[in-house]
Design a protein around this ligand. Structure first.
Ligand SMILES: Cc1cc2nc3c(=O)[nH]c(=O)nc-3n(C[C@H](O)[C@H](O)[C@H](O)COP(=O)(O)OP(=O)(O)OC[C@H]3O[C@@H](n4cnc5c(N)ncnc54)[C@H](O)[C@@H]3O)c2cc1C
Length: 465
């Protein structure tokens, strides 16, 4: 039998593509190498604790909320209070990130000179960019000054990409912000213009609209989302099927060879969606499209460890009300940042306990992958002791999850690499890529991208009939 569509990879991108296509009259299979769906999304419930070992929250954009509604998860949605403060650890103290113009004036995170420089830049007093592609660090230093770049932007970049602002491409990693510059007048004028012209977000009427800046999850963790999609897909899902090889037939269909628990299996399909990390696609495409393979192999995925520690209330040296804290490099703290998980969402810890989810490693510290789990825990605990804990605090270790290849880095040259891939794939009708290395790593964008890919696949199949 020849399938209409074969989707490989059951992370949120692949599952969203599959769910959209499953509503069409066509034959469809989804194959995933692990024994579970969700990819990076890894929610765990144990001993009265609920924690995440991958993404910890999502922006509740309409696409994601519509999906939750369609899956019947509306009563499971939880939102963190949008007003919870976020902190940056700077010169031995946690300092709130300024979230309003007044807070920006009074923050102790920036010096008076740093504030003036940021204001002048935001109003448009900005030197022209040097020739060539600009890094994230250079772009923000030019616009808002060295202090904002080091103390606010760099830790934010750690929080989203576990990335290095000196290597990330501004236009690839912060396209919307960079585009604010285009009409001149500085980032502030650009932001005001963008706000006036942006299409209005239409939130589902059936749900209370989340407040601006709120973050979302589900009662039992983000994993409820992929699990609900998997339930809808039913027997169209194959777990522990690892794609090993792709071939194209003379009829322009795809033959995919899988390693499975019952031995090798081959599937044939008119269209093939690879919803996999770039380095995996690079291996699979090497014989078919060497230039695309080379471009994809050049996308770095540095290692990041997620360390989830619980502490009794008495071990915490300060009120734990907030989103969490980020740490710029050079502060004597190795951990990139910590989400105060039990302050963010309800029901994450039994009474009397707090859960802290820390990320360590990333593009500026890939050596983390060489450490034993116990050494990673010790490093994180020592950092937390310095920032948040009573001296004698001892952790209950819930998880140490080393993602040896975690988040794709949109480094200098990223857009050129994507253009090479696109050009190569135009020679390969029926083959589609749908992954987080293309234009955003955010979960809401994975859903959007999956739905868009489904439309393109559907149009391809209709035209090919
Ligand atoms: C530590 C961490 C923290 C993050 N935090 C956040 C956050 O708080 N908020 C947010 O919005 N985003 C966050 N992200 C980003 C977000 O989680 C990802 O962008 C998103 O989950 C990617 O989904 P995906 O489906 O594109 O890829 P993946 O989730 O990587 O899915 C790819 C799937 O392909 C499978 N696969 C691989 N090779 C094969 C093969 N040969 N055959 C079959 N299957 C295969 C994998 O097992 C996997 O299931 C975080 C990411 C990480 C790693």
């Amino acid at each position: 039998m020849v399938l209409d569509t074969l989707i490989v990879g059951a992370g949120l991108s692949g599952l969203s593509t599959a769910l959209s296509l499953a509503q069409q009259p066509q034959s469809l299979l989804v194959a995933e190498q692990r024994d579970r769906v969700g990819g990076n999304i890894t929610s765990v419930e144990q001993d009265g604790f609920i924690w995440e070992e991958g993404p910890t929250s999502f922006q509740p954009v309409p696409t994601l909320l519509e999906l939750a509604l369609a899956l019947g998860l509306q009563d499971e949605l939880v939102f963190a209070d949008a007003k919870l403060p976020r902190y940056v650890y700077w010169q031995g103290r946690l300092r709130p990130v300024p979230m309003s113009p007044l807070a920006a004036l009074t923050t102790t995170l920036l010096s008076p000179v740093g504030k003036l420089r940021a204001l002048a830049g935001a109003l448009g007093f900005v030197p022209p960019a040097a020739a060539g592609e600009e890094t994230v660090a250079d772009f923000f230093r030019r616009h808002l000054g060295a202090e904002v770049a080091q103390r606010l932007v760099a830790p934010f970049v750690s929080g989203v990409y576990a990335g290095d602002p000196q290597r990330l491409s501004a236009i690839a990693a912060f396209r919307r912000v960079v585009q604010l510059e285009a009409a001149g007048g500085g980032l502030l004028a650009g932001a005001l213009r963008a706000r006036q012209t942006a299409p209005k977000l239409v939130f589902p009427a059936e749900l209370p609209r989340p407040p601006r800046g709120a973050l979302g999850s589900f009662r039992q963790g983000i994993g409820m989302l992929p699990q609900a999609i998997a339930a809808k897909l039913g027997d169209r899902l194959r777990l522990q099927w690892q794609l090993q090889q792709i071939a194209v037939t003379p009829q322009q269909t795809y033959q995919a060879l899988f390693a499975t628990p019952t031995g090798p299996q081959t599937l044939e399909s008119r269209s093939l969606v690879l919803s996999l990390p770039a380095h995996t696609i690079a291996e699979l495409l090497r014989p078919l499209q060497p230039s695309a393979s080379q471009a994809l192999a050049a996308i770095p995925y540095p290692p990041v460890a997620c360390v989830v520690l619980a502490y009794p209330d008495a071990a915490i040296a300060r009120p734990l009300t907030g989103f969490g804290h980020l740490v710029p490099r050079g502060q004597g703290i190795r951990t990139l940042g910590t989400i105060w998980s039990s302050s963010l969402f309800p029901g994450r810890a039994p009474a009397g306990w707090q859960v802290l989810t820390s990320f360590i490693g990333g593009a500026t510290d890939p050596e983390i992958a060489q450490l034993e789990p116990s050494a990673i825990v010790a490093a994180v605990h020592e950092d937390l002791r310095q920032v948040l804990l009573q001296p004698a605090a001892e952790p209950k270790v819930l998880a140490v999850h080393l993602w040896s290849r975690a988040i794709p880095q949109y480094s200098l040259g990223h857009l050129t690499r994507l253009a090479v891939v696109e050009q190569a794939l135009s020679q390969q009708p029926g083959l589609f890529l749908c992954s987080n290395f293309s234009d955003s790593v955010a979960l809401g964008d994975c859903v959007r991208r999956g739905q868009e890919t489904a439309q393109v696949v559907q149009a391809y199949l209709a035209a090919a009939r």
